[in-house]
Design a protein around this ligand. Structure first.
Ligand code: VGL
Ligand code: ZN
Length: 204
């Protein structure tokens, strides 16, 4: 059984948002065109408390967004305040067709650890429930879309492969944030090497 995973298509990741992904809005018409064809559709939301430790402002010292820091023992990029629970920025993009969406998984809710992947937090400890949800519907192939291709989409695919799903990145339904130039190309190579397939929506 196939599932479409729509990762973090939220206002804060669109142009003009708090953590804008270049051309992030371009994924929406592509996702809207294909979502009805999938028997299982799950959307995710990055859903942080205002106290989240991935926000540079919440870190000790004089940390700035896009510098590195430690969050829950994990070295990662620190971010501007984004996707605060219940805010407009955390809402799914208004133009995203939600009618075909069966379930919404929220992640990043623990203030002390980040969760890029839709499956597990950055320590790989706590599950979001997505794996159980997909398994209960006999899903064995996941098609991943959304934002950002080199962050949450990437981590979702790497965990999905580890969990034994066949994983497809729908490349024209995703965009990268590229904190460092070349981040997407690196992520792309790692996904391919780990066994992911990269396709365009026309080839579905
Ligand atoms: C994301 C940075 C911080 C993402 C989430 O959805 O790719 N990126 N939080
Ligand atoms: Zn986040």
């Amino acid at each position: 059984m196939k599932a479409l995973i729509i990762v973090d298509v939220q206002n804060d990741f669109l142009p003009g948002g708090a953590l804008a992904v270049p051309e992030g809005d371009r994924v929406i018409p592509v996702i809207n065109k294909i979502s009805k064809r999938f028997p299982v559709v799950v959307a995710t939301q990055d859903w942080h408390p205002a106290t989240h430790m991935s926000f540079a402002v919440n870190q000790p010292g004089d940390k700035r967004p896009f510098e590195e820091g430690i969050v829950g023992g994990v070295r990662q990029v620190l971010w501007p305040v984004h996707c605060v629970q219940g805010s407009d920025g955390a809402a799914l993009a208004a133009a995203l067709d939600q009618e075909p969406v069966h379930a919404i998984i929220r992640k990043g809710t623990d203030p002390d650890i980040d969760s890029y992947s839709a499956f597990f937090d950055m320590q790989g400890k706590n599950s979001t429930g997505l794996d159980g949800y997909l398994r209960s519907r006999n899903v064995d192939e996941i098609y991943v879309s959304g934002l950002a291709a080199d962050v949450c989409v990437y981590f979702t695919i790497m965990d999905g492969l580890q969990l034994g799903y066949s994983c497809y990145l729908i490349e024209d339904a995703s965009r990268a944030v590229e904190v460092e130039k070349g981040d997407y190309e690196k992520a792309r190579q790692r996904m391919l090497q780990a066994g992911a397939k990269i396709i365009d929506s026309e080839r579905l």
